[in-house]
Write a new protein. Structure first.
Length: 90
């Protein structure tokens, strides 16, 4: 980012996923199998998608998720959607 004084400011952001974020295997009824489930934040980090985008995909029912005490995302469906998007013709 350039400032008015001509200085360049560089921002380096790191996100770390810990066990507190809780990613684990659970049954995905849409996949009809056990699969890796994660919080939207963790799923975003694992697939290099913003947490906001993950929630947008959930709202649009574009990825598999379960909702009980909290929202958990099927990481495989998110990866598959991303792969489909990356291979779609322009």
């Amino acid at each position: 980012m350039n400032t008015d004084d001509g200085f360049v400011v560089e921002i380096d952001e790191r996100i770390s996923v810990t066990n507190d974020e809780q990613q684990f295997e659970a049954y995905c009824s849409d996949c009809s199998k056990m699969t890796q489930m994660a919080t939207p934040k963790t799923a975003g980090v694992l697939t290099e998608i913003s947490e906001r985008e993950v929630f947008r995909l959930i709202e649009g029912k574009e990825i598999h998720f379960i909702e009980n005490n909290r929202v958990l995302v099927c990481v495989e469906s998110l990866r598959n959607l991303r792969a489909d998007f990356n291979t779609a013709p322009e």
